[in-house]
Design a protein around this ligand. Sequence first.
Ligand code: MN3
Length: 258
Amino acid sequence: MQDQPDPTPLSPTRRRFLLGGALALAGGGVAGWLRGAEEVSAPADPAPPSEYGVEPLGYAFQALEPHFDARTMEIHHGRHYAGYVNNLNAALREAGLGRPGPLETLVAGVTRLPEGVRTAVRRQGGGAFNHELFWSILTPGGANHPVGYLGQKLEEDFGGYEAFQAAFTQAALGVFGSGWVWLCAGEDEGLFLTTTPNQDCPLMDGLVERSGRPLLGLDVWEHAYYLKYQNRRADYVAAFWKVLNWDQVEANYAQATH
Ligand code: MN3
């Protein structure tokens, strides 16, 4: 079942409010958390969707060729990502929780969920959210050079775009097994790189080594690249730069910091 997309893009104020609302409810119990999630989801939808939806790609499976091949994109989106969404819905349904607010809020508040559903949200909810962010920062032909404030911050925090790419690639190659590498914004608008195992997300405060707002993420699970690149993860990372939409990353940064 397709649900209604959350109103996007969220205004920075609303986004901060959503996260703040979720965080402020720490210790308030499930009922409080759910009530809070409903309150901050205003404007009220007369028929709120009861499940999370499998969001379509904004481009065709073959649109990222030759860098990301069509078959991998089709399997990755249609089976792996859709599997996370469906498993998440099943777990929430079983727990009697339905669709408790925006996916981002659910994932960010994972440590405050009932223990019985926490692992499912961490894995399946993380998988759903991480992939939706990933799809959104890819674009045919790429937009290869960060400009504006983000470009300036990459210069300050990493010593420039090439130095950032080198550090990011090294981090990606350093992920042992399955996981993600991220560029995040911290509290002070500073940028940092981090990696997470499995489907953990930098929004999962209290679970991850360092939490922050993910601006871009690269899936380094083998399912993301094995068909085309086999064990050559470095080639996959090099291909990523060719399809990365820096305009979207810049927009994510603006949303995270204003
Ligand atoms: Mn994946």
